[in-house]
Ligand binder design. Structure first.
Ligand code: SF4
Length: 91
């Protein structure tokens, strides 16, 4: 009887340890993925971003623009009136 209880307790502890390890791994992995994602973006300087349109072209017309103030490839805030050298016009 005592052996069965200690066996159950041991299994319960093992399960908790494994779950903790898996949760730690997935949290760490998610953090690394989001950091890698942020690192994949260019800085405003690298993209030669400007706060004003380039002629008739602006972020609002770019396929990489994510309203209200984000861009898929340039980090930080961008204005819908801005522009950068990565500008991509929709077909
Ligand atoms: S013009 Fe540049 S900063 Fe603006 S949305 Fe397009 S890629 Fe992003």
């Amino acid at each position: 009887m005592v052996d069965q209880r200690s066996d159950r307790t041991r299994r319960h502890l093992m399960r908790m340890v494994v779950q903790g390890i898996l949760q730690g791994i997935s949290a760490g992995l998610l953090a690394r993925i989001s950091q890698a994602h942020a690192a994949d973006k260019m800085t405003l300087q690298q993209a030669e971003y400007q706060d004003k349109p380039q002629g008739i072209y602006s972020c609002a017309m770019c396929t990489l623009f994510e309203p209200p103030k984000s861009c898929k490839v340039v980090e930080g805030e961008v204005s819908k009136y801005g522009w950068c050298k990565v500008f991509a016009l929709a077909d």
